[in-house]
Design a protein around this ligand. Structure first.
Ligand code: ARG
Length: 458
């Protein structure tokens, strides 16, 4: 095993302690960032007169070669290294001999690892923002395709009021649009370069931090070296954005699981995103939706785990912080994969008119509109609510829908009722009566869709 330290020790590091503490198997994914960080650092070392131009070019060429080889097969390059930083440095020394031993001048793994991690977070935010964009487009497309489809809206998972299915899709649109904002913020928070902070106090070589930041495509440098190596806020913001995004994905998945059950049967999920059973030939299971729902639990756990890990740490770097990447990599991969699947699954949904129509007939979904009708004829709402309850009970007792009652039957409950009540007791009238901003009236939903087009410049 090769280590970056050892001079002050008499006995070798215990094998189990080594296995316990080495992070290479998880942090190897940082190698492209670590090479870039070393490359930018070499430039700053040349600027500070630590490396000659010739030495600098030898080092950058060697780093490019190592990167190329790692691209082929990173696992073959790892040989008992503690972490990715030790691995890259060992390979550089293997390549260049004594010259390679100069690369760690004026830097610490403490500022290096967090620079790598910030770059990783920025890249993943970009990928996630693209996937969110694809998901938003898919939801918008379903909304557009279902602008005339009336759907049962639920509260307490009991039939409540009719809504446009488009409105339902756009409710998810709102959630994922907010996620977009949160991942943009996580990107911004990650976008400051800590390199040059050294172990905790800064460096003794006057390294040009602005130059390093520019080379690594950061928009600025961190302001306090102690905070720079101890801070994981940007990472927690990323984990938090991931947790909330997974929560939204999970709620949507839950609806797809319910809606696609033969008991409800509102929707059919495309074959591409369902699975069969090894024993029951008739089954078509919504496994992908279930897995998104299931995996969201782990992503929520990662946020809690990270907060618990950091909460009692004194300044500055503590080895506990190595655990941050376990949470980070898992959440990044899970949210990315989940978004990708959801964005592809949404376009495969087809809606089944008969079960939807049957559900709309059940549950006296127009009762509130009936109560509103009485209010418009001067009955105070609390009273109209009571009357409507009695009408619903009467209809239910006779096993009939509201709109099938005769005028005489209605007038037993209130004499303000006249013939025009039947025009109110239709699904279309109910939906279009919700003509307020944010309401489900077709005019309002179309208006929201227009705003979306403008906001996103689609
Ligand atoms: N593998 C370590 C981590 O991920 C790198 C930093 C190690 N620093 C140290 N002082 N041992 O946190």
């Amino acid at each position: 095993m090769t280590k970056l330290w050892g001079g002050r020790f008499k006995k070798p590091f215990d094998d189990d302690a080594a296995r316990f503490s080495y992070s290479i198997q998880s942090d190897k994914v940082l190698y492209p960032y670590d090479i870039a960080v070393n490359t930018a650092h070499a430039l700053a070392l040349m600027g500070a007169g630590i490396l000659t131009a010739e030495e600098h070019s030898k080092i950058t060429n060697a780093l490019a070669k190592i990167k190329f080889e790692m691209d082929q097969c990173i696992d073959e390059m790892i040989q008992g290294d503690e972490d990715i930083h030790s691995c890259v440095e060992r390979l550089l020394i293997l390549e260049l001999g004594d010259l390679g031993k100069k690369i760690h001048t004026g830097k610490s793994r403490n500022d290096q690892v967090i620079t790598d991690t910030r770059m990783f977070v920025k890249d993943r935010c970009c990928t996630i923002l693209d996937l969110l964009d694809a998901l938003l487009k898919a939801l918008y497309t379903q909304a557009a395709a279902n602008i005339d489809r009336i759907f049962p809206g639920f509260t307490h998972f009991q039939t409540a009021q009719p809504v446009l299915l488009a409105h339902h899709f756009l409710a998810y649109f709102e959630q994922f649009e907010r996620d977009l904002g949160r991942f943009r913020q996580a990107y911004k928070s990650a976008d400051l370069c800590p390199l040059g902070s050294g172990a905790l106090a800064g460096n003794n070589y006057g390294l040009n931090r602005e130059l390093i930041a520019r080379e690594l495509n950061f928009s600025g440098v961190t302001r306090n070296s102690m905070d720079a190596v101890a801070d994981r806020d940007f990472l927690i913001e990323f984990l938090s954005a991931s947790a909330l995004c997974m929560t939204h994905l999970s709620r949507l998945s839950e609806e797809l699981v319910l809606w696609s059950s033969p008991l409800i049967d509102f929707v059919t999920i495309g074959d591409e995103f369902t699975t069969g059973s090894s024993i029951m030939p008739q089954k078509k299971n919504p496994d992908i939706a279930e897995l998104i729902r299931g995996k969201s639990g782990r992503v929520l756990g990662n946020l809690t785990g990270m907060l618990a890990t950091i909460k009692a740490l004194p300044l500055t770097y503590n080895r506990d912080l190595q655990e941050d990447k376990v949470f980070l990599f898992d959440s990044a991969a899970t949210v990315t994969d989940s978004l990708r699947c959801m964005a592809k699954m949404i376009p495969t949904l087809t809606f089944n008119p008969a079960p939807i129509a049957a559900a709309l007939e059940k549950g006296y979904i127009l009762a509130t509109d009936f109560a509103d009708y009485l209010v418009k004829r001067g009955v105070p709402f609390r009273e109209s609510h009571e009357i409507t309850g009695q009408v619903v009970l009467y209809a239910e007792t006779h096993g009939r829908p509201l709109e099938s009652l005769s005028l005489d039957e209605f007038r037993q409950f209130s004499t303000v009722i006249s013939d025009d009540v039947y025009a109110v007791l239709t699904l279309e009238a109910s939906v279009n009566a919700k003509d307020v901003p944010g309401g489900t009236a077709k005019r309002q939903v179309l208006n929201q869709m227009q705003h979306i087009k403008e906001r996103f410049q689609w």
